[in-house]
Design a protein around this ligand. Sequence first.
Ligand SMILES: NC(=O)c1ccc[n+]([C@@H]2O[C@H](COP(=O)([O-])OP(=O)(O)OC[C@H]3O[C@@H](n4cnc5c(N)ncnc54)[C@H](OP(=O)(O)O)[C@@H]3O)[C@@H](O)[C@H]2O)c1
Ligand SMILES: *[C@@H]1O[C@H](CO)[C@@H](O)[C@H](O)[C@H]1NC(C)=O
Ligand SMILES: *[C@@H]1O[C@H](CO)[C@@H](O)[C@H](O)[C@H]1NC(C)=O
Length: 322
Amino acid sequence: MDHGMVCVTGASGFLASWLIKRLLLSGYHVIGTVRDPGNEAKLAHLWNLQGAKERLRLVKAELTEEGSFDDAIMGCAGVFHMASPVLGQFTDPREEIVNPAVNGTLNVLRSCKKNPSLRRVVLTSSSSTVRVKDNLDPQIPLDESSWSSVELCEKLKIWYVVSKTMAEKAAWEFCNKNGINLVTVIPSFVVGPSLPPTLCSTASDILGLLQGETERFYWHGRMGYVHIDDVALCHILVYEHEKAQGRYLCSSTVVDNDELVSILSTRYPTLPVPKRFEQHKRPYYEFNTTKIKSLGLNFKSIEEMFEDCITSLVAQGHLSIP
Ligand SMILES: NC(=O)c1ccc[n+]([C@@H]2O[C@H](COP(=O)([O-])OP(=O)(O)OC[C@H]3O[C@@H](n4cnc5c(N)ncnc54)[C@H](OP(=O)(O)O)[C@@H]3O)[C@@H](O)[C@H]2O)c1
Ligand SMILES: *[C@@H]1O[C@H](CO)[C@@H](O)[C@H](O)[C@H]1NC(C)=O
Ligand SMILES: *[C@@H]1O[C@H](CO)[C@@H](O)[C@H](O)[C@H]1NC(C)=O
């Protein structure tokens, strides 16, 4: 089936690669943007996807260059905007992550505005834009009406969350003003197989945890988890569903560190997964995912996402199970 042409920004990334796999399987023509189209080793996994030779095209685009996405986006009916800086350490967080994320999103949307074929933009946000705020009420699961406090995030110096929250807000403002049909997907921590040979930052956090490292996960605290395939399917679902509108939380189960390692060490007793974590004084919360479920999405379990993730880590030689 021919589904028309869509653009995916940041095509070589962990989540974008899986989305492209799913889009190609569904019959779409895909234009992926990458920063370095000459880097064959970084792109080989995309060319190996079923349908790629016939229906995938990769073009160069850079978030911080004005107009850089014009060519990639022109003529596309849909744009999946996933590219966003996700570095770890910053000397100047405004310059290094916040401005590129916010400006980059607006840059992509300005290219969308020039494209008369555009039907809908799907922006990949993050559940961190929903859950970081004072006065969380443990009795009321967080839904799409909740926004993280930029002020609190700045105080906590969690610049990735500042960047994602400000970028999504800027996108809503721009699209509302310019009549662009925008839907946002708000995934929690994404777990599953990695198509790129180099692990992205969250996938390498998982690898660290499975190898007994506690530091990075200690800081994650209580967290929602979601299978990478569910996140990709969610993007396609909200793109295709005529009546989809607004934000969509995309998360299977929220657990504390302690619960997560207990599940993992029971299932993988020979891996050196930490036995327990010091407890954070962080508030309890749940996510209300009624909205996306009512469009027909059924989330895979934590067990299933880690099983698929571990199988892929072993197959790629990142992990061995004693
Ligand atoms: N992983 C998760 O748990 C998770 C959860 C919620 C939301 N998300 C969101 O999902 C999206 C994809 O993240 P990911 O986990 O798949 O990480 P990833 O593999 O690191 O992907 C990030 C992508 O953004 C691109 N990018 C970064 N800075 C750019 C720039 N200045 N110009 C052009 N492209 C740039 C990167 O391109 P290069 O390959 O050239 O560096 C890469 O393809 C992000 O928007 C992220 O916030 C991820
Ligand atoms: C952000 O956009 C402004 C105006 O469009 C520009 O002057 C500035 O250089 C941009 N900064 C980045 C980091 O892209
Ligand atoms: C979740 O959200 C739906 C509306 O989307 C609402 O009807 C329901 O009561 C909420 N559930 C809880 C437990 O708050």
